[in-house]
Design a protein around this ligand. Structure first.
Ligand SMILES: [Zn+2]
Length: 159
């Protein structure tokens, strides 16, 4: 399929503002291949190019059908930036929680963590590498989740 290139002096179907209908027009002037000024071949008036009514009506119908599924669909996926921001908020909340659990506690309230130890939820532990933390939950007889300043870790117990 070849698309006919529009040229000045050529013909195009446009809406005539005088005749008030789509008619053949002679192109008087173009900008970037788009007619800007046309001459109606029916009434002879020169006027700004206006797209045919028929074409504009089709556009409207297409826009309507194209936009409705978008409106129904779920909200746009978060951007990486928004995700990072949400994670940062979560991270701040997590660290605050950790601080409130640890704050004001005496050193002797912390149990030195060793994998041989036996821990319960909310127990305060001191890890040789990760520092102070609290037991978030006992996962099973041999696993606990401990929250440290820089994040939670699953550690062994009773081994
Ligand atoms: Zn006309």
């Amino acid at each position: 399929m070849t698309s006919r290139k529009l040229t000045a002096g050529g013909e195009v179907v446009a809406y005539c503002t005088k005749c008030r209908m789509d008619l053949n027009h002679r192109i008087v002037a173009l900008v970037d291949g788009i007619p800007v000024k046309v001459e109606c071949e029916s009434c002879g008036s020169h006027h700004k190019y206006r797209r045919p009514m028929e074409e504009r009506a089709t556009d409207k119908r297409e826009r309507k059908t194209a936009s409705s599924p978008r409106e129904r669909s779920a909200p746009a996926p978060r951007t990486a930036g928004a995700r990072a921001a949400a994670e940062a908020v979560q991270e701040t909340a997590r660290e605050k929680e950790w601080q409130s659990r640890i704050a004001g506690k005496m050193a002797d309230e912390f149990v030195k963590y060793t994998p041989k130890g036996s821990f319960e939820a909310d127990a305060l532990v001191h890890h040789f590498k990760f520092g102070d933390g609290y037991v978030v939950r006992v996962i099973d007889a041999n696993k606990i989740e401990v929250m440290f300043r820089d994040g939670p870790r699953v550690l062994a117990q009773r081994i």
